[in-house]
Design a protein around this ligand. Structure first.
Ligand code: UD1
Length: 341
């Protein structure tokens, strides 16, 4: 079976994807600089799969170290590139860090892939590239216009997509799949791996679970005066395990030479938008735990509503995100309980 190089494989989405790849029989080598994760994640993966993935502590910005990985693992047939900095706020405060980390790591990986005759890459992008889509583009499909990025983080996703397109144009052997994620949430059903936010969580679900367990006093709901049915923002929350499975499908499609375009783009979402208040209420219902909350003002830069039209991924990749939201929220809660126990 083929080996897949997973950059950022000890991170949240990377670790779940590694599990799915290994369970489908792929060999994996993870590279990660552990800047926002720990090697204990490898134990979690091993506990689920029964085997430990190969791991190299390597920074994707280090060309020699990345070259050494390709030299050591001669059976690599594709790369899934997750490694990136992802905190929106931090990217506003430290733009150069974000441009250096996120752009240079992709460039380095593409250079080393070419030097070592590896021609398949899956890239982690985000629905952030669509900004707030106009009403006629909701739900969002892959043809919706890309809008000016609201943060350096978002801009790195857009620029990286362009880097991939330009390189594919120049290097006709390269095949790329760009996956635009909506809002990944939840944890593996085993509770062996999950999201491990650094410090105070900025994302909704980790804040909800940390409040439920008593680490935070109350959730602040950012705005109830939006033009949505209950006034709170709407997102397409996708189960991280469903998301991970889409990566396996994308890899298979490239390795089997089924792609019809050199660069293919897929929106990965459920097709259903849920509001902040709906998430909160469903969480309380399924867990039976009260989550104190307060409605506060809008968060700067927030998008009112966005959800995916995932038809292309459903039909072309043969993939669907179909885990019920109740199960997804319970998985997040079990994970929170596990890491605090
Ligand atoms: C954010 C980023 C997006 C990034 C994604 C990665 C912004 C503007 N966007 O998306 O670029 O790709 O994370 O996961 O930062 N909320 C609260 N209270 C909280 C936290 C969140 O009410 O304490 C609300 C937000 O206002 C939003 C929703 O929950 O309506 C989801 O927020 P979040 O999890 O931060 O995701 P996004 O803002 O969609």
């Amino acid at each position: 079976m083929a080996r897949i190089l997973v950059t950022g494989g000890t991170g949240y989405i990377g670790s779940h994807t590694t599990v799915e790849l290994m369970q489908q029989g792929y060999d994996v080598v993870i590279i990660d600089n552990l800047s926002n994760s720990t090697s204990a994640v490898l134990d979690g993966i091993a506990a689920i799969v029964g085997t430990r993935p190969a791991f190299e502590q390597v920074d994707c910005n280090d060309p020699q170290a990345v070259a050494d990985v390709f030299t050591k693992y001669t059976d690599i047939q594709g790369v899934i590139h997750f490694a990136a900095s992802k905190a929106v706020n931090e990217s506003v405060e430290q733009p150069l860090k974000y441009y250096r980390n996120n752009l240079m790591s992709l460039i380095t990986v593409l250079e080393q892939m070419k030097a070592h005759n590896v021609h398949n890459i899956v890239f982690s992008s985000s629905c952030t590239v669509y900004g707030q889509p106009a009403e006629e583009h909701l739900p969002v499909d892959e043809t919706a216009p890309i809008q000016v990025a609201l943060s350096p983080y978002g801009n790195t996703k857009q620029i990286n997509e362009e880097i991939i397109r330009d390189e594919a144009h120049a290097n006709t052997q390269l095949h790329a799949t760009i996956l635009r994620y909506f809002n990944p949430i939840g944890a593996h059903p085993s509770a062996m791996i999950g999201e491990l936010p650094n410090g105070v969580p900025q994302n909704l679900l980790p804040f909800v679970t940390q409040t439920a367990i008593g680490l935070r006093k109350e959730l602040k709901v950012f705005g109830d005066d939006y033009n949505t049915p209950d006034g709170s923002c709407i997102r397409d929350y996708i189960y991280v395990v469903d998301l991970a499975k889409a990566h396996v499908k994308a890899v298979e499609r490239m390795l089997n030479r089924q792609a019809t375009e050199q660069v293919e783009v897929f929106n990965l979402g459920t097709g259903r938008g849920l509001s902040v208040l709906e998430i909160l209420k469903t969480f309380m219902q399924v867990t039976g735990v009260n989550v104190p909350y307060q409605i506060v003002g809008r968060r700067e830069g927030d998008i009112e509503q966005v959800w995916a039209k995932p038809d292309k991924a459903n039909n072309v990749l043969g993939w669907k995100a179909d885990t019920p939201i109740e199960d997804v929220l319970l998985s997040a809660w079990r994970w929170e309980q596990k890491i605090r126990s």
